[in-house]
Design a protein around this ligand. Structure first.
Ligand code: C2E
Ligand code: CA
Ligand code: CA
Length: 554
């Protein structure tokens, strides 16, 4: 195949006659540029390294000789960018040049033109081929294998060692995108490089190979081990110069391949799935999950749910239930609003819990359709209660992170509120705390807009994720909903209770009320009331109920 572009060769020689002889030979195939001494040559190389395919460099020259040029190129790392052939009449200086990184040499007086051209072509091609191999075999940032090569070598490993039980591991850094956002891409890159170093160190002990797929997703193929702590420990060690221990959040998913019954990529899919299943637990700083039969079952179950989604919407299998919230600031608890929660009554699987399908639908882009269905139902329900019970029960609906990305979200809400003759203040939106950290600028804009229209914004699951206090002061919200995880553990004077008090202080400073959710017992209620909490939601007062049962609380 013919080359698509003409390559440029730089000829460096102080004698005009030599430049001319070589130039005449070479210009039949290449574009030629000239320099008369080393200094001139170096300047050209420094300014146009990427445009030059080869340098033909005389060794004996005034001002700056050939080996000095090579030295300078080596120091500046240019010698790995451009191959150099040295031109010499003395054998003795060749060795020195080759040591300095020259690719080849031509001795004066010159050979036949064909021989010279052949050597020039050969040097350029060798160099370009190795560059292509390097560019694709290794990931540039971490110098681990790139994905294609990783999978290729992993398969070769299997062929060479058919009896070794191997594990597919996936390691990543939880909320890596946040690190990039908060500390910048360069910092993110140095974290990835450090992770790769840790992995390389651990591999010296375990054997096996490693690659990087994308962003913070590292793949390892190693002989089976009963535990993988060595990887997490080594990575933590290398990260400790960049991050505080509390900032290091690693996850590891593993799939042990006893029978080699799946293709390589699928084994890694299993490991990724194991790793993703850890996402839900946000409290542990490092975590390991091994793919097992249960996860295989879950995979089948998830596929089932995804397949049935459209029909479920059409056949109205999704039901909305309402959990009342009570204001406890007075002597008697008073119903003040309700949260809309979705239920799936599946014709074959029966009742399916939302935490089994909401995260799945979020991942697969279906949640917005479902949420809009729930939002419409809720708007209709507020209007229905008004008519039947003669009172307004404001309802809060859940908003997934994904929903906010849709450019017409606010228009949609406005439309359903109008269609049901509601005032926006009767319609609240619960946005989960972690949503604020993903594309915070956009989310803040949407929230500001909705508030300007008169909607109330409740920050859901506060304390469960990564809110920075900074953010809270910039953020327009109307209500904080404390994550039910702390309520679960409160005892007078314990850590969970201190956290609750802290949240209440923050809320007081921001002048917004706090909803405590998941309140199950009288003791919890008492402690929260004493601490100054305004609103309570939880089984103590009521489980989520169908709308027709709401009348008993009015
Ligand atoms: P969430 O928004 O934090 O909702 C509160 C969850 O706590 C509900 O679970 C509710 O039933 C439960 N809960 C309430 N009181 C208590 C209590 O005293 N003790 C305990 N142990 N739990 C209590 P549910 O309905 O299973 O919903 C789980 C999660 O699913 C919700 O958490 C929410 O994140 C999501 N979800 C539910 N419905 C929707 C929806 O329509 N759209 C979206 N995007 N997410 C939804
Ligand atoms: Ca909620
Ligand atoms: Ca919540």
């Amino acid at each position: 195949m013919e080359d698509l572009f003409e390559r440029t060769i730089l000829i460096v020689d102080d004698e005009a006659i030599n430049r001319e002889i070589l130039g005449n030979i070479i210009q039949s195939e290449y574009k030629v540029i000239y320099a008369e001494n080393g200094k001139e040559a170096l300047e050209i190389i420094q300014s146009e390294a990427s445009a030059i395919s080869l340098v033909l460099l005389d060794l004996l020259m005034p001002v700056m000789d050939g080996n000095e040029v090579l030295k300078a190129m080596k120091e500046e790392g240019l010698i790995t960018d451009i191959p150099v052939i040295v031109l010499t009449s003395e054998k003795s200086s060749e060795i020195e040049s080759l040591k300095l990184g020259a690719a080849d040499f031509l001795t004066k007086p010159y050979d036949l033109p064909e021989v010279i051209l052949a050597r020039v072509r050969h040097s350029i091609q060798l160099f370009e081929n190795s560059k292509i191999i390097h560019a694709t075999e290794f990931d540039k940032l971490t110098l681990l294998y790139s994905p294609e090569f990783f999978f290729g070598y992993a398969s070769q490993f299997d062929q060479r060692f058919p009896n070794t039980v191997m594990d597919a591991l996936v390691i990543n850094f939880t909320h890596f995108h946040l690190l990039n956002q908060l500390k910048g891409r360069n910092f993110g890159d140095s974290v990835l490089t450090a992770m790769a170093d840790g992995i390389r160190k651990a591999l010296l002990k375990t054997g096996g190979i490693a690659g990087r797929n994308e962003a913070d997703c590292f793949y390892l193929y190693i002989p089976h081990a009963d535990n993988y702590n060595i990887f997490l420990d080594k990575i933590t060690e290398t990260l400790s110069s960049l991050l505080k221990p509390s900032e290091i959040r690693l996850r590891l998913g593993a799939y042990t391949d006893n029978e080699r019954k799946f293709p390589m990529i699928q084994r890694f899919d299993h490991a990724v799935q194991a790793c993703n299943s850890l996402r839900i637990k946000t409290t542990a700083s490092t975590d390991i999950c091994i793919y097992d039969d249960k996860m295989a079952e879950k995979e089948v179950f998830d596929a089932h749910l995804l397949q049935d989604f459209e029909a479920a919407i059409e056949q109205k299998q999704f039901k909305v239930v309402y959990q009342p919230k009570f204001n406890i600031t007075g002597d008697k608890a008073v119903l003040c609003s309700a949260e809309a929660l979705v239920r799936w009554v599946h014709p074959e699987l029966g009742f399916v819990r939302p935490d089994l399908f909401i995260p799945l639908f979020e991942e697969n882009g279906l949640v917005t359709k479902l949420d809009r269905y729930v939002w419409e139902e809720a708007a209709r329900q507020i209007a229905a209660w008004k008519k039947e019970l003669g009172v307004t029960i404001p309802v809060s609906v859940n908003v997934s992170r994904v929903d906010i990305a849709a450019p017409d979200m606010t228009d949609f809400i406005t439309k359903i509120v109008k269609e049901n003759d509601l005032s926006p203040s009767e319609y609240h939106l619960e946005i989960t705390e972690s949503a604020y950290t993903s594309d915070s600028k956009h989310i803040i804009k949407v929230v500001e807009n909705l508030r300007a229209l008169g909607h109330k914004i409740e920050m859901d699951d506060f304390g469960s994720g990564y809110s920075s206090l900074n953010m809270l002061t910039d953020m327009p919200i109307d209500v904080i909903k404390m994550d039910k995880a702390f309520i679960r553990n409160i005892q007078p004077g314990n850590k969970a209770m201190h956290l609750v008090e802290l949240v209440l202080d923050i809320a007081k400073y921001l002048e917004v009320p706090v909803v405590a959710e998941g309140v199950e017992t009288e003791e919890e209620l008492k402690m929260l009331k004493e601490a100054g909490c305004d609103i309570i939601q939880g089984y103590y007062f009521s489980k989520p109920i169908p709308p027709e049962e709401m009348s008993r609380f009015v």
